[in-house]
Design a binder for this molecule. Sequence first.
Ligand code: ADP
Ligand code: MG
Length: 231
Amino acid sequence: MLSKQTLSKHTIVVASGKGGVGKSTVASALAQQLAKKGKVVGLIDADIHCSSIATIFGIYDSDTSNKEYQLYCRHGVHILPFGVQENQLVAWRGLLSTKVIKAAISSITWPELDYLIFDMPPGTGDMHLSILSSYKIDSVFVVTTMSKMSVSNALKTYHLYHRCGIQDFVIVQNSLEDTDVVVLDVCTKLLSNISSSETILIRRDTQISTACDFGQCLAEITPDLTSSILK
Ligand SMILES: Nc1ncnc2c1ncn2[C@@H]1O[C@H](COP(=O)(O)OP(=O)(O)O)[C@@H](O)[C@H]1O
Ligand SMILES: [Mg+2]
């Protein structure tokens, strides 16, 4: 078996089973908080089909004539974004997406990174399997809202990464919807199946969605996401 490549001192995957639960928001906030604490941080948008990192960091670039893939620096974070040209449709098969991301990662001259964060697509498909088999992953942030649909799919994500030998998990409960107490109880019980070092709660806050849409810093308007990985 080929050995896995180590891309940074600590590599983190931010994932969940479901879309729209706050993965990109959490990945970006975590990257910005670590950078504010003086760490050298990289962030890769691995959700190539529905990329969000360019928007969250306010990266728009109409000139891609010189380089195919480019590293941008915003809010102190070294970013490999996709979709930097607005309204550019990406409709690729899984194999092509995973090839592109690996080519992009290896074509870039990265600084020596303390932390590298992958913002993942939903599900447990090709991109997850490819990144798991190619790179050494140290921690997984499992993001979920408190709905049964979201939590049950978050559990699938956990099982995939756990089966692949990852031991360090952080649960992020993002309160994007109002949850009935009975549902909350069901979700809490389901989440207890995840062996995690920490559970972090993020409240719904329009400051967060506005900051995401306008490329503003998230570091201080989100709760501390760094404590378990800085230990
Ligand atoms: N805690 C929050 N409060 C308010 N809006 C949020 C919060 N977390 C995420 N959002 C918003 O919800 C939407 C989906 O979040 P996103 O991070 O893109 O989810 P995913 O990456 O899982 O698809 C975005 O518009 C984002 O700004
Ligand atoms: Mg996303």
